[in-house]
Design a protein around this ligand. Structure first.
Ligand code: IPT
Length: 966
């Protein structure tokens, strides 16, 4: 049998067709020179569709001679191409972040190397012509290709195109047989250690392209925007080709020469103006959509068309929960539109070039793109970077080849403003070789690479997960870092509930000119759909080595529905800032290239969330970077009993909210009263004072509409409503940011026993018209404690509760939350509140929440994080109701405000769950009424909760009212 390699099933060193050796490890064999992706009028034939497929566990056990045209594949399975074969029942996905799932033994790979043989018989019309090439847009990790029994070569570089010249091998007017043997592992796998699922397959399009003699071949469009408003154009292409841009009246321009394109509208991410450019030879006409723009670094600032830009970006992987590495184009368009609706203006193509059509969409919709090479060797870090391919001459050709193929493919996209050498690949000469090649080929784009702090080969200083304080220090010039534009290629790890602290980063990007933004890690949760209806993550496929749910760290869930993190990001990235005061709003335009000429201001005045008056204003055409003060109508005569707010939203002509703001016009009268009450309640007697008090009898204790049991002193009935509680509650099901990272706070919480607090009734005492229940809430095995007493007073149809908490002992750790927990009948499923909303909010993630009146259900209040954890808090409720279908239920009033969470399972169940399907309603509604929460932060990978959002154990008083709704 023929072997791909020197040693039997080892794909380390590929040997090419007819024995020609490849140029080092990880280099394709037999492919044509890389060139730009563009469409032409030459015939093309998509070979996507159902192919025949057979998976072998090793390269040696793959089907001998399967490439022969007459090979009988009738017993083979059908498999869609493009596909990631583990998503179709062949083999299994596996997830690791940093580490290789095979020994670090370059260039060798395991003998157990899943090998997928693919076959397709396809007809080619006679009109197609003889001269043709066969293009693979992505094969993971390497594919050996035969057409009509003739070996064409070997692909390498999974996320890069490979084209084979099939002239003379193709049989127009006849049936053709294509055979591709794909190995999961190859020497190139060492260069593709990105944080994602390992998913082999022919996962992007396969296309047959007619290549007419004297055709266009390759084109490199250089389209700059000059300060005088003219476009400057040079198109490198065949010498005999002619260039035209009909819309600009340009026709018959020569290639290879610079032309003044006259006045043009520039391309920017805010104004993605494209022109059709035609390049024609006698035999082929190519059409490209181009944009005029100039990227430059001037005085240490990254500029486009002469202006400083801010990258409000996300890192985008290519993943689909059912298809793996295959993302249908309509899904891509929808997700990019979703980004735009959340004011994301930049994408880093982490950590490889995307499907080529993604960049067409970026040109069209408007994104600043950092196009990253398919290069990461992170798995060498755990072995001290010994043997890192970045510094191994045997991999130099592969590194340069990858850079070259990315740049050549994507060089005509106006959206691509920077090339990135790769991610997490340490340091070494090969990075210099990649950078050197790119500079020589494309001087028009700066280079990015985060992994080398010396910035030897790059034009921007890039970091990941730097803290706010460090970003601030870099912005102020207080750090000894290279004097280059500073960007965060990754920040604000969006894993699970979070990230917190987005607004504080954005403020730094606004404040310091050289802090030019960054890319949130990351856009999408890479969950794989399970039959149970939820999503799998690392370890769910029995991988012996995996990184758990670290692959579930996106701003959108696997089905691309927004998580609260994206809603927050949208409010933080908003291009219009509105500072609202009674009677006036200051409108600040954060666009760099767009005025607010087409923006309208929609305002309303509401009392307790009910709109009293509303209107629309046309602000002046605020120029980019400027602000203006706009008068809004003064407050109307609001009813005396409502909390009155002025809310203003800036809308674009399509109705997209570009920014919003609120001002309190009038406090509700009873809230002013409750302010007095809180101070009165802040000085109660010590709980110990109740310790000696006589317990009133052995039976139920009555107070107004309330009935209390005497053992724990808890409320068991309010009017006709059965309930249980409230119990002091400090525990939350840890979020990923609590659980992970170098010093996880959840480990300290558990060590202290905060998940198993005990409750001791210290005493029950009647004090005038009040019942005081004194307790000590404390974990076993420590002397930490929270002295707590509940002071109950009748209030109308219900009860008023004041909770006083005083810590005892040395609390050197934050509290997860501070509030009370009640259990309610499960029919109380409808929720309405007046407070912050409509979505989830936590102390360091609440830019998106506005004060208003909202309705939801207990089921919908829960955020479906793939890995169950604390979620769903609604902040600052003035009041809330939980009601059954017949309108009966409970009303809670904050005195003056209370956060709340309602769910159908306990915190302990949420804490124990590992997937959504583990969460089963337990027949009650668990209502959490919280005075405060610990922030979210980003500690799973990055900085923790900012000090101002940490919840310290300190003497605290809070109050609320419980009322029944009949
Ligand atoms: C950083 C990686 O670049 C990114 O791919 C992802 O793994 C992220 O971490 C975590 O989700 S590298 C990390 C060691 C800082």
């Amino acid at each position: 049998m023929e072997h791909l390699t020197g040693s039997s099933s080892d794909t380390g060193q590929a040997v090419g067709p007819r024995g020609s050796a490849g140029g080092g490890f990880g280099v394709p064999i037999g492919t044509s020179a890389p060139r730009a992706a563009f469409s032409t009028d030459a015939p093309r034939l998509s070979l996507n569709g159902t192919w025949r497929f057979r998976l072998a566990p090793t390269a040696a056990e793959a089907a001998d001679g399967f490439w022969a045209p007459d090979f009988d594949d009738s017993g083979w399975a059908g498999l869609p191409v493009p596909s990631s074969w583990p998503m179709h029942g062949h083999g299994r996905p596996a997830y690791t972040n940093v580490v290789y799932p095979f020994p670090v033994d370059p260039p060798h790979v395991p003998t157990d190397n899943p090998t997928g043989d693919h076959r397709l018989v396809f007809a080619v019309p006679a009109s197609f012509g003889e001269a043709a090439s066969l293009r693979f847009d992505g094969v993971d990790s390497c594919g050996r290709v035969w057409l009509n029994g003739v070996e064409l070569g070997v692909t390498q570089g999974s996320r890069l195109p490979a084209e084979f010249d099939v002239t003379g091998v193709l049989r127009p007017g006849a049936a053709n047989v294509l055979a591709v043997r794909v190995h999961q592992w190859s020497a190139g796998s060492y260069l593709e250690d990105q944080d994602m699922w390992w998913l082999p397959g022919i996962f992007r399009d396969v296309t047959l392209l007619a290549r007419p003699a004297g055709g266009v071949g390759d084109v490199f469009v250089h389209a700059g925007y000059e300060p005088d408003g003219h476009g400057r154009l040079r198109v490198d292409g065949p010498a005999d080709a002619r260039v035209s841009i009909p819309e600009l009246g340009l026709d018959g321009l020569a290639t290879g020469a610079a032309h003044d394109a006259g006045p043009v509208e520039p391309w920017t991410a805010e104004t993605p103006r494209l022109y059709d450019l035609v390049v024609a030879t006698a035999t082929e006409t190519a059409t490209l959509r181009i944009g005029f723009r100039t990227v430059a670094i001037t005085g240490g600032i990254l500029t486009v068309n002469g202006r400083r830009i801010v990258l409000r970006g996300v890192n985008r992987h290519e993943f689909h929960p059912e298809l793996g590495r295959v993302v249908p184009l309509d899904v891509v368009r929808a997700e990019l539109e979703l980004m735009r609706r959340h004011h994301v203006n930049a994408i880093r193509t982490s950590h490889y070039p995307p499907h080529p059509a993604v960049l067409d969409l970026c040109d069209e919709l408007g994104f600043w793109v950092v196009d990253e090479c398919d290069y990461e060797t992170h798995g060498f870090e755990p072995v001290g970077w010994r043997g890192n391919p970045s510094d191994d001459p045997r991999f130099t050709d592969a590194c340069v080849d990858r850079m070259r193929r990315m740049v050549e493919r994507d060089k005509n996209h106006p959206s691509v403003i920077m090339w990135s050498l790769g991610n997490e690949a340490g340091v070494g000469a090969n990075l210099g070789a990649m950078a050197g090649w790119a500079r020589g080929r494309d001087p028009g784009r700066p280079l990015h690479y985060e992994g080398d702090r010396s910035c030897e080969h790059v034009d921007v200083y890039s970091r990941m997960y730097a803290s706010h304080a460090e970003v601030d220090a870099i912005g102020r010039g207080e750090h000894h870092v290279p004097d280059l534009p500073f960007i965060l290629c990754e920040y604000a790890h969006a894993m699970g509930n979070g990230p917190g602290g987005l607004a504080e980063y954005d403020e730094l990007f606004d404040r310091h000119p050289r802090c030019q933004g960054g890319f949130v890690w990351e856009w999408l949760d890479h969950g794989i759909r399970r039959p149970q209806g939820d999503y799998a993550y690392g370890g769910d496929f029995g991988e012996p080595l995996h990184d758990g749910n670290f692959v579930i760290d996106g701003l959108v869930f696997p089905d691309r529905t927004p998580s609260p993190g994206l809603t927050e990001l949208g409010a933080v990235y908003a291009p219009v800032r509105l500072a609202v005061e009674p009677g006036a709003v200051t409108v600040r335009n954060r666009y760099v290239f767009r005025s607010l000429a087409d923006v309208t201001l929609h305002w309303d005045v509401s009392a307790d969330g009910v709109v009293l008056q509303e209107g629309v204003l046309q602000p002046p055409a605020v120029p980019p970077g400027q602000h203006a003060v706009v008068e809004v109508p003064p407050a109307p005569d609001a009813p005396a009993d409502g909390e009155t707010w002025l809310t203003v939203r800036a809308l674009d002509p399509a109705g997209l909210v570009l920014g919003s703001g609120q001002a309190l016009l009038r406090q509700a009268p009873e809230r002013q009263e409750s302010g007095r009450q809180a101070s009165e309640l802040a000085a109660p007697g010590r709980p110990g004072a109740a310790g000696g008090a006589a317990r009133p009898g052995g039976g139920v204790i009555r107070l107004g509409a309330g009935r209390f049991e005497p053992v724990h002193g808890r409320l068991v009935r309010l009017g006709d409503l059965d309930l249980r509680g409230p119990v002091l509650d400090v525990w939350r099901a840890p979020i990923d940011n609590d659980r992970l990272g170098p010093d996880p706070v959840a480990a300290r919480w558990r060590a202290a026993g905060l998940h198993r607090m005990t409750h001791r009734l210290v005493g029950l005492q009647l004090d005038g018209d009040a019942l005081v229940v004194a307790t000590r809430v404390a974990p076993a095995a420590t002397d930490l404690g929270l002295l707590t007493w509940f002071r109950w007073r009748p209030a109308g149809d219900g009860l008023e509760l004041t909770v006083r908490v005083e810590p005892e002992g040395d609390w050197d750790l934050p509290l997860p939350r501070l509030g009370v927990h009640l259990e309610l009948p499960d029919e109380l499923g409808d929720v309405t509140w007046f407070g912050a909303g409509p979505g989830e909010a936590y102390p360091d993630s609440r830019t998106a929440a506005l004060i208003g009146r909202y309705s939801s259900t207990v089921d919908d209040l829960a955020t479906p994080y793939v890995y169950p954890q604390e979620n769903g808090n609604r902040a600052d409720a003035r009041w809330l109701t939980l009601t059954a279908a017949d309108g009966t239920g409970l009303r809670v009033e904050g005195r003056p405000r209370i956060d709340f969470t309602a769910r159908r399972w306990s915190t302990a169940a949420l804490d124990a769950a590992r997937h959504r399907a583990d969460l089963v309603p337990d027949g009650r509604v668990h209502l959490h009424l919280d005075h405060a929460h610990h922030g979210l932060g980003s500690a799973a990978c990055g900085p923790g909760v900012l000090p101002e959002y940490a919840l310290r154990a300190a003497p605290t008083t809070f109050a609320l009212r419980l009322l029944t709704l009949a």
